[in-house]
Ligand binder design. Structure first.
Ligand code: ADP
Ligand code: MG
Length: 230
């Protein structure tokens, strides 16, 4: 399975749908150990991303300055997603996810080159995690979205190394992210707002790790749907 523009767009739309479904839960988690805005932050960001996609798809403004851009490939679409998140989300998660999507986009081959396969997407997802860590300086165990992204990437790579295709690798990643998110419950936060609580951050799931689990679940669903011919 190739990582083409449609796959990238379907993935972003699936994340937006998951955020729409789960924003109250994300905000509830952030109310326990943060300032209660993680769900609304991501919702604002992905609503703006959907508006950008609508323009790119030509659903709005068929002519004029908002005319649909020519297909710039999956990399351009994901880079644009990241830029939109950075400009629309004020909280810590906006720049972190924004930089991650920009890095994923930049790591994918430009139009005219052979598209990324499962291994290529793994490289891009690794670039996304590096961008998160370059900006936020969090390491595994700090109780952040890094604690979901790291096991997701490990599981993805392990699956690819064992010969899995994209849908199986993405399903493995979703499982890794889910475990990683749940494993943040006993951790004490060492980065972000939750770290201000010290030991009182223990016993709660990190909201960003939960949203990262949604992101990898969305990738698994999108690639499974594509494999099923949808
Ligand atoms: P804010 O903390 O500014 O209110 P959000 O509520 O949208 O922003 O996002 C909070 C989430 O951001 C946390 O649950 C955590 O996963 C993530 N986060 C915060 N700081 C960092 C960091 N330095 N590195 C990685 N992730 C971080
Ligand atoms: Mg918050």
């Amino acid at each position: 399975m190739d990582v083409d523009t449609r796959l990238a767009e379907d993935w972003v739309r699936a994340i937006a749908a998951a955020v729409e479904r789960e924003h109250e839960h994300l905000t509830e988690l952030d109310s326990a150990i943060g300032d209660g805005d993680h769900g609304s932050n991501l919702r604002r960001g992905f609503t703006a991303v959907l508006a950008v996609l609508a323009v790119l798809d030509g659903a709005d403004s068929p002519s004029g300055p908002d005319a649909p851009a020519p297909d710039g490939g999956p990399g351009a679409l994901l880079t644009r997603t990241g830029t939109t998140l950075i400009s629309k989300v004020g909280g810590a998660s906006g720049p972190l996810y924004g930089k991650a999507f920009r890095a994923i986009g930049a790591a994918l081959p430009p139009p005219g080159q052979p598209p990324a396969d499962a291994a290529g997407l793994g490289e891009a997802l690794a670039a996304g995690l590096r961008a998160v860590q370059d900006l936020g300086r969090a390491v595994p165990g700090d109780k952040t979205l890094v604690d979901a992204w790291t096991p997701a990437l490990d599981a993805y790579r392990e699956a690819v190394a064992a010969g899995a295709g994209l849908p199986e690798a993405a399903a493995a990643a979703a499982g890794g992210a889910e475990r990683g998110a749940l494993d943040t419950v006993p951790l004490q936060a060492r980065k972000g707002r939750a770290s201000y609580l010290g030991p009182r951050s223990v016993g709660h799931q990190d909201p960003g790790a939960r949203s990262t689990a949604l992101l990898f679940r969305a990738l698994a669903e999108t690639t499974a749907a594509r494999a099923a011919g949808k």
